[in-house]
Each structure stands twice: as structure tokens, then as C-alpha cells.
Design a protein around this ligand. Structure first.
Ligand SMILES: [Zn+2]
Length: 613
């Protein structure tokens, strides 16, 4: 493209000045405009003009929850006075939605929506299905998901031998020639932290291909001798700050690299061709659409990935809008990419928007790479590292913030969360406009009690993942002990402190489907119903809060609360249709949420998935 001098360059013609990108933003917790069904019908009629021009799409016969009423109570999730809720429970506040030119033009009753039906209208009878505002997954790694489609799937392997067997079978099934890299993903770098594998068996069974196997949580990688050799990793390779090359007693690398050291190996793996990668990315995004997801924020985007997203936007193949968080991780930030965007400023137009940067403030709890205020309960003397010691370039982050970019900070440990909040506090002193950038703390996983109120004070969004609690609850308390665990995965504490809570999946590392996540949010139980009564059940949310964290609240985190996150005339026609009604489900029947299915997904008025048959 003539206007795209390099893959890492911002696009010209879509410049959004830093200040205009966030000007006039609405406060996050002020609630949405409240409209009754009758008022919605009137607005719809007014939008339609006297003749009610025909809709492109009409959904009718549904249980529509608009989420246009006020937020629930922070203390216990009790529905607001204007919510469609009474002593008998929740009731849908509309039956039908009409859509034209990608926007909602009417929300109301089946009878009144008829005025929008004409010859060319695609009419869908929902037969009582539930219609929710489009689900927003505002922390994804679709890139990893796409690459996963090109990689050996090691999720669920019980041990090293089983992992190696799967790699051998993959080489055989795909007839991979000697010399070609084999990439795999999903061995459990959290659960295996005390008994990491080595090169020995992997090199023995696969001597002729470099093999690179990324851990489930992305904080440890495992390679064979051919891979280490291709990457130039030897006994002379120093441990980078914030990372470790695991070694035997003699100092020889044993095949696993942790945290910041993972890049020593990952950087040696060649990229797939553009065609292969783009096709895998489209497949991945299509499956997100089939899971009801209508918008994503994509974390850790580098030049290669951004170029692919730009190609798909140009060819109109993005099934949903994508908010890009530029990658800043690494020993040397991708300065070409960042320099270009720093000069350009945030891109706030179109289906693909680049207005955020992601920065890692520490590692992960499973690998004890999270930065803690005190020692790990199961590893005296260790408390991880973070912030500047972890390689964070505050100068770079601050320059991007001053240019108007949203800062999304990965912080797991209580020290990392505190230091990240301290950083935002100091940033707002020197760059007051940065306060309006909707900065986010990603995961906010272990937080000291006195720090919860600071999220609200610093306008920092707590961006959390229900499934992480389910995945980690087997060992998290061993790491942090019985006191600190009370501030871990603490969704209710975030709400109670008045901070904005957004949910996401962090896919593909955990089960990223909506229903197990909603179930986890309202029960603090895994799909097997464990533990009985829920894991620290005082942190449970109500179904409405869980839904809002994926819709209205998540929308604020992607600067879209006036267009997404609720069903109302004038908003984007983003709808997720399900065969369960999470609001009307009784508390003693929350297990039934797990059986939910997405029946239809609508993005900007277009049916991108229809699975009703
Ligand atoms: Zn992530």
C-alpha cells in the first residue's frame, strides 16, 4: 500500500490526535442513560422517521436484556431500582431489535418491531432465545490462538513423556521434514514448576528438528538441543534481568527458560508465511465470533501481527473490531514500531484501532515470577522481581502515555500492583492528561487490601479473568498463604472499592468461552462444581455484574461505552444470542449456565455466526 511505507508504520489518513481521542469521555461509573421499553420504542420511531425505513435485520421473539438500566450495588450486586427485576426475579426488558446500516434503530416489543419489516428485511424469529449486548473480550491473544492452530497442542498432557509423544506424532502426521522447526504449546508451566522437563527425552526422540514448546501460561518455554543450538543458547549465555536459563549443576542449560529469558529461544523461531498466518488468524477470529464475541482488545501486538491485522482490515476479513495494544516487552522494545506510533499518535478510527500499549510489570504467580511485597509462602527468600528491575522502561511508557496512548499494565503480585499504581500516580503529576487514558491494570491478581481503593482514585481499570482464578486455585494459596490469598482474584473487593471491573479471557491460555467464565464469576467453582460452596465465595459476583464486566464495563475499557455494551437505538448492532438466560437462572441452578450455547452473533448488524440449527 502506498500509504503504508512499512509494516510497522501507522496508517496515514486515520490520525486521531491524542487529545481528541479521549476528549469528552464520560465517567465510567455514572451509569448509562436509562430508557424504558416504551421510551426505547419512541426513540426507535423517531430515529426511523415518519415512514420507519425498513430495517436490514430484525430479531424478534427474544428475551432481550438491554443493560440500559443503572449499575448494580457495589457492595453485594443487588440490582438497581430501575432494573427489570422484582421479587420474582429478572424479566427481559424487550422482545425485539431492529438494525439498519450496522446500528440499532429500534428496541421494544414484537408488535412494534413490525413497522420496521419490509421486503428486504432479514427477519429472525428467536423462539425465546436470550439476547445480550455483544460480548467484549478485552484482553486476548488471538495471535497465540492462530499460531496454536499451526502448533502441536500440548494442553492437558500429564507429563514430559506424554508431551514428547505428542510432538513425535505431530511430526509423523504432518510429515514435517528434518530441519524444520516444530512449535508446540500448552504444557503446564505453572503446575510443573517444581519439576520442569529437560532437553534429554525431547532431543533423543526428535534429534533432527529444532523443537520449541511454550508453556500454557507463557512464562516458561522448553526446547530440545537443536533448538537451543539454533538460538545460540549455551552455558555462556547469561540470565537476562527478570529471567532465568535453567541449568544443571555444571552450568549447562537444561532446556527450560523462564520469564524474560523465554525470548532468548522464542526469537529464534521463524515466522510462518503471511498467507499461512493470515488464514490461521481468520480461523481464530471466526471461532471467537462463533463464541459470541463481538469485539476484542488484542494484547502484545508486534509489527508482524499488526501487519496481518492491517491486511485483514483492508480485505474486510476482520469479523469483529480489534483494539490493538502495542507490544513493549523485551530487552529492547520494538522501537521502530513504537517510534512510529509515538510520532503518529493513537489511531481511533475504524475497525482496527491502535491506541494502547501493553507493559509487563512482573511475571506469573505459578512460576513464582510475580513480584510480591513479602516472600512466597512456599519459597522463603523469594519474592520475585518487577517494575524497573524487570526491564520496564518507564520513560518509554510515559512518552506513549503523554502522546495519548492507554497504558495496560500486566501486574500479578501485590508489589507489582502497588508499584504500577505508584507509577500511574507519578505519571499523572507530570502528565495530567494521561489520567484520561483509561489506563488498565491487567490481571490485578494479588492486591494488598489497602491498594484496592487506589484503583478508583487513579482511574485505573481492574481488568481480570474469572478463569484464571479457576486455573490457579489449586496452588495459589500455597504461593501466597492464607492472608494474602484474601486479596487474590478479588472481584468483589474491586467492586466494593469503587473501581471499574472489566472481565476478559486472556485467551487462548485458559478456557475462554463465555459460559464457564460466567459460571466461575458467580460461583467461584470450576465446571466440576469444586470446591463445594465456592473458592473464597465472598468474592462472587451476581450474574448481572458478571455480564456487565463483559459488556457495559468492558466497553469503557475500549473507549466504546457510548456505542457498545448495551442494546439501545443509535448504538452498534452488536448482539450475542444464547440459549440460556444467565440473569433468570436461579442461584441453586447456576450449574446450568455451563450448558449454555451461543446461537447467533451479530457484529455491526451483520450475522457473523448462526448456529441455531
Ligand atoms: Zn495476556
Amino acid at each position: 500500500m502506498a500509504d503504508r511505507p512499512s509494516v510497522s508504520a501507522p496508517r496515514s489518513g486515520t490520525r486521531g490526535l491524542a487529545t481528541t481521542g479521549v476528549a469528552g469521555f464520560a465517567p465510567p461509573r455514572g451509569g448509562l442513560t436509562v430508557l424504558t421499553v416504551a421510551a426505547l420504542a419512541m426513540v426507535g420511531a423517531a430515529c426511523g422517521g415518519p415512514a420507519n425505513p425498513a430495517a436490514d435485520l430484525v430479531l424478534r421473539g427474544g428475551r432481550v436484556y438491554t443493560l440500559t438500566w443503572s449499575d448494580p450495588a457495589r457492595e453485594d450486586g443487588a440490582p438497581a431500582a430501575d432494573a427489570p427485576h422484582d421479587a420474582s426475579g429478572w424479566h427481559p426488558d424487550a422482545q425485539a431489535v431492529a438494525v439498519r446500516d450496522g446500528r440499532i434503530v429500534f428496541v421494544g416489543s414484537d408488535a412494534d418491531v413490525q413497522a420496521y419489516v419490509a421486503d428486504g428485511t432479514h427477519v429472525v424469529d428467536l423462539a425465546g432465545a436470550t439476547v445480550l449486548p455483544g460480548i467484549i473480550d478485552a484482553h486476548t491473544h488471538a495471535d497465540s490462538y492462530a499460531r496454536k492452530l499451526l502448533q502441536v497442542d500440548l494442553v492437558g498432557v500429564a507429563n514430559e513423556a506424554e508431551a514428547v509423544d505428542r510432538v513425535v506424532a505431530w511430526k509423523h502426521d504432518r510429515q514435517i521434514p528434518d530441519g524444520e522447526w516444530i512449535v508446540g504449546y500448552g504444557w503446564d508451566d505453572g503446575a510443573w514448576a517444581d519439576h520442569y522437563p529437560t532437553t534429554a527425552l525431547l532431543s533423543d526422540k526428535l534429534p533432527d528438528n529444532p523443537v520449541y514448546l511454550r508453556g500454557l501460561h507463557g512464562f516458561a518455554v522448553w526446547g530440545n538441543e537443536a533448538a537451543l543450538s539454533a538460538a545460540g543458547i549455551t552455558r555462556a549465555t547469561p540470565d537476562p534481568a527478570g529471567g532465568a536459563v535453567l541449568r544443571d549443576k555444571g552450568g549447562e542449560p537444561t532446556g527450560v527458560l523462564k520469564d524474560r529469558a523465554t525470548e532468548l529461544l522464542s526469537s529464534a523461531v521463524p515466522e510462518p508465511s503471511d498467507d499461512v498466518y493470515d488464514a490461521a488468524l481468520v480461523t481464530a477470529l471466526d471461532s471467537l465470533a462463533a463464541a459470541g464475541i463481538t469485539a476484542i482488545a488484542e494484547a502484545d501486538v508486534g509489527a508482524y501481527h499488526l501487519a496481518a491485522l492491517q491486511r485483514l482490515e483492508t480485505s474486510n476479513e476482520l469479523p469483529m473490531p480489534v483494539w490493538v495494544w502495542l507490544h513493549t516487552q523485551g530487552f529492547d522494545p520494538d522501537t521502530v514500531l513504537l517510534h512510529g506510533w509515538l510520532q503518529h499518535g493513537p489511531d481511533t478510527e475504524g475497525r482496527l484501532q491502535v491506541r494502547s500499549v501493553k507493559v509487563f510489570w512482573d511475571g506469573a504467580l505459578g512460576s513464582r515470577g510475580a513480584w510480591m511485597l513479602d516472600d512466597y509462602s512456599d519459597a522463603p527468600g523469594q519474592r520475585g522481581i518487577g517494575g524497573s528491575a524487570y526491564g520496564v522502561s518507564r520513560d518509554w511508557v510515559s512518552r506513549m502515555a503523554e502522546a495519548g496512548f492507554q497504558i495496560t499494565i500486566h501486574a500479578i503480585g501485590d508489589a507489582a500492583n502497588r508499584d504500577a499504581l505508584d507509577y500511574l500516580d507519578s505519571l499523572y503529576v507530570v502528565a495530567p492528561s494521561a489520567r484520561q487514558n483509561r489506563n488498565r491494570i491487567e490481571h490485578a491478581q494479588v492486591v494488598a487490601p489497602e491498594d484496592f481503593p487506589r484503583f478508583a482514585e487513579l482511574d485505573a481499570i481492574a481488568s481480570m479473568q474469572p478463569q484464571h482464578a479457576m486455573d490457579d486455585m489449586r496452588w495459589a494459596e500455597e504461593r501466597v498463604g492464607p492472608e494474602r490469598i484474601k486479596g487474590a482474584y478479588a472481584w468483589r473487593s474491586v467492586r466494593r472499592a469503587g473501581a471499574l471491573l472489566a472481565f476478559s479471557s486472556d485467551l487462548p491460555g485458559a478456557d475462554w468461552h463465555l459460559f464457564p467464565s460466567l459460571h466461575a464469576a458467580v460461583t467461584r467453582q470450576n465446571p466440576a462444581g469444586e470446591p463445594a460452596g465456592g473458592w473464597y465465595p465472598e468474592q462472587r459476583l451476581s450474574p448481572e455484574e458478571a455480564l456487565r464486566a463483559y459488556t457495559t464495563w468492558a466497553a469503557y475499557g475500549i473507549f466504546s461505552e457510548d456505542r457498545k455494551g448495551a442494546i439501545a437505538p443509535g448504538r452498534d448492532a452488536d448482539l450475542s444470542v444464547t440459549d440460556v438466560d444467565p440473569l433468570a437462572t436461579a442461584a441453586d441452578d447456576y450449574g446450568s449456565i455451563l450448558g449454555g450455547r451461543i446461537l447467533m452473533t451479530v457484529v455491526n448488524g451483520k450475522v457473523v455466526f448462526d448456529g441455531r440449527k
